[in-house]
Design a protein around this ligand. Structure first.
Ligand code: MN
Length: 198
């Protein structure tokens, strides 16, 4: 079975300042994301061990650990590439999708921000596209793995766990979400839309 590895950030830790501090980015990538990578690999090892022994007493805990940690790995890998120090307004497929499905960028920001700010506990705001229908919507992803159905491809994700913003914004989540709009990598979102349609 393939091992998970920690991808490099596509920019320096401090590249997203003043919107997200270098300190948060360093901790978030080197500690939090790295811990999910380790947890995912541990869960895979423990599941293999359980199969070898034919002992499935802990199967549900191990599968939850796997889902949580693989979620953590994949969500952060998407999140880093959804951000950029070189902001440019949506163009191409991203602009088409926002204009066609959400009534433009400003309206989309309202919907996505409402999803982000309404999360109870830890989770993510997600713009996702259903593979079967092509329908797009915002979702609240609970923890790292809950409340989004299979078959939805994430296009844009915002980490709303406290570790993502607390050092910079303490409890004022709205300021963090507002700052996020200055560093969204719309070119990456457009690439994800094109790949999802292909
Ligand atoms: Mn995180």
């Amino acid at each position: 079975m393939a091992e998970f590895t920690l991808p490099d950030l596509p920019y320096d830790y401090a590249a997203l300042e003043p919107h997200i501090s270098g300190r948060i980015m360093e901790l978030h990538h080197d500690k939090h994301h790295a811990t999910y990578v380790k947890g995912a690999n541990t869960a895979l090892e423990q599941l293999a061990e359980a199969r070898d022994k034919g002992d499935f007493a802990n199967i549900n805990k191990l599968e939850k650990d796997l889902a949580f940690n693989v979620g953590g790995v994949n969500n952060h890998s998407i999140f880093w590439t959804n951000l950029t120090p070189d902001y440019a307004d949506p163009a191409g497929s991203a602009k088409d999708l926002l204009d066609g499905e959400f009534g433009g960028l400003e309206n989309f920001k309202k919907q996505f921000s409402a999803a982000a700010l309404g999360i109870q506990g830890s989770g993510w705001a997600v713009l996702g596209r259903d593979n079967a229908t092509g329908n797009v919507s915002t979702f609240q992803l609970y923890d790292q793995q809950g409340n989004v159905p299979f078959g939805v491809t994430p296009l844009l994700m915002l980490d709303m766990w406290e570790h993502a913003f607390y050092l910079d914004y303490v409890n004022v989540k709205a300021d963090y979400v507002n700052a996020f709009w200055n560093i969204v990598n719309w070119a990456n979102v457009a690439e994800r839309i094109d790949a999802a349609k292909a």
